[in-house]
Ligand binder design. Sequence first.
Ligand code: C5J
Length: 227
Amino acid sequence: MISLPAARPCPFDFDPAKTALIVIDMQRDFLEPGGFGEVLGNDVSRLAVIVPTVARLLDACRGAGMTIIHTREAHRPDLADCPPAKRARGEPLLRIGDAGPMGRILVSGEPGNAIVPALAPRPGEIELEKPGKGAFYATSLAEILRHRRIEKLIFAGVTTEVCVQTSMREANDRGFDSLLVEDATESYFPEFKRVTIEMIRAQGGIVGWTASCADIESALRPGRREA
Ligand code: C5J
């Protein structure tokens, strides 16, 4: 069992064999100019800063032999899984399914829908397309976790208050103890990130726990792992 004594609001213990790292939506659509994030009017450079930290987190969890799951917010090319209300929302420069500089916005298989190269999934890792904000909605995530007897989840990725928080809340309601890695998640809105982290660990951990990437790296360092 691994212990994260510095986790908040209280120590978080986990068995790497029964814990999955879920990296949410580190795809070009959100991190690079010309994708969904930018057409919504956001400064996408804000999100790119966490790429090296997410890479360190992946290395630490890979080294511990943990299940690694990467999600992508993605719709079918015929948009049959995209609610018209989602496509119609707001005043974006381009809507979901429209052709942009990185291909069709938020559509599976398009260049912009790929995970950024520095965080590319490795053989044996699971890449999961999700049509919603939450990773459990209309995906096989629950079955994948059940088959692997996963009990706890560590979350990273973007954006903190939308897809990451929604997925953590879905996980919480399904009985998973979940921890968000504070410096491996980011938002276009710094205040939203700060408040989401506070919300998650408020009231004794009403949604889950938070800790830093360094806390996890140090706990998973080979010499420190307990049998
Ligand atoms: C958004 C996400 N923000 N991955 N998606 O639309 O958070």
